[in-house]
Design a protein around this ligand. Structure first.
Ligand code: PSU
Length: 305
């Protein structure tokens, strides 16, 4: 059996013409941002990809069918739907098999993008090793996915609510290239930089595209993480965020929030505690990632042709 994929009209046309395509995830819409900013952002991000010369393919499972590219009405409906599942490698097949509806995380979006022959994906920031993972064992499936699925993921690093040093340590162990774009230090999601030196640095989309193609040509499994810093005008300094993240984490612990609910809870509390500033920054960084991803996708098409 081959898996049925439903393509939006725009993505179907792009596939037929060999145009560059950028995959976009849907968990950020359903679990990462409040309505109506989630839908507005999803539309802006799609337009950013188009304006940068590629075609956006937002991915989700709707009524048991894997969608690669959503029509505007589907995006609207998903942004307002209640009780949408948050799908990762462990549950995307079950959702499709049982006719469910779910939003795709980084891991599940990479799987779907690969099935659809899409090599580049833009998100906000990947999941990673949660603080306190030495007792909770809470490590996002996004890391394992990067190690095995050949898709270049453009994010502003990993989300700063995580234990960033441990997250990058695990990526190193898994053999995932982590490439800071245009700087020597890794970005920290809402902040443009951190004190963590970047394992790799690249300054052009063409180099990033060539690195992924070379990796696959060598038979090396997996993708790469491009850590693209938030534009400085939009960043929130790490010193402002540190106490706010600490407060959100202690509330999560007190309320026994666990597993898949941790990240949405923390993002929601940080939104409230920063009076919306974290969301403004999150929107700016996703849009910035979408533009870079479109350039990388265009370079990949040139290299393939
Ligand atoms: N980037 C954002 N906001 C988000 C996410 C990414 O700016 O909400 C989502 C992605 O779907 C990512 C997920 O895979 O958060 C990580 O969840 P967890 O920590 O439970 O693995």
């Amino acid at each position: 059996m081959t898996i049925a994929i439903h393509y939006s009209a725009e993505v179907a046309h792009a596939r037929a013409e060999g145009l560059p395509i950028v995959a976009l995830e849907s968990t950020i819409i359903t679990h990462g941002m409040p309505f109506p900013q989630n839908v507005e952002t999803a539309r802006l991000v799609e337009d950013d990809v188009r304006n940068a010369g590629a075609v956006p393919a937002t991915i989700a499972v709707i009524d048991g069918l894997l969608h690669v590219g959503l029509e505007p009405a589907q995006l609207d409906a998903l942004g307002q739907a209640q009780n949408v599942a948050k799908l990762s490698r462990a549950d995307i097949a079950a959702c499709i098999a049982t006719g469910g509806t779910g939003a795709t995380t980084v891991a599940a979006t990479m799987i779907a993008a690969h099935l659809a022959g899409i090599h580049v994906f833009a998100t906000g920031g990947i999941g990673g090793v949660h603080r306190g993972a030495e007792t909770s064992f809470d490590i996002s499936a996004d890391l394992q996915e990067l190690a095995q699925t050949p898709v270049t993921v453009v994010g502003a690093g990993a989300k700063a609510i995580l234990d960033l040093p441990k997250t990058f340590e695990v990526l190193e162990t898994l053999g995932v290239p982590v490439i800071a774009f245009g700087q020597d230090y890794l970005p920290a999601f809402w902040s443009a930089t951190s004190d963590l030196p970047a394992p790799l640095r690249m300054d052009t989309a063409a180099d990033i595209a060539r690195a992924q193609i070379t990796r696959s040509a060598m038979g090396l499994k997996g993708g790469q993480l491009v850590a693209n810093p938030i534009p400085q005008a939009d960043e929130i300094g790490a010193e402002i965020l540190a106490p706010i993240i600490a407060q959100a984490l202690s509330e999560a612990e007190a309320q026994k929030i666990s597993a898949k609910s941790v990240t949405p809870f923390l993002l929601g509390r940080i939104f409230e505690l920063t009076e919306g500033r974290s969301l403004t920054a999150n929107i700016a960084l996703v849009r910035n990632n979408a533009r870079l991803a479109a350039q990388i996708a265009s370079e990949m098409v040139k290299l393939a042709g």
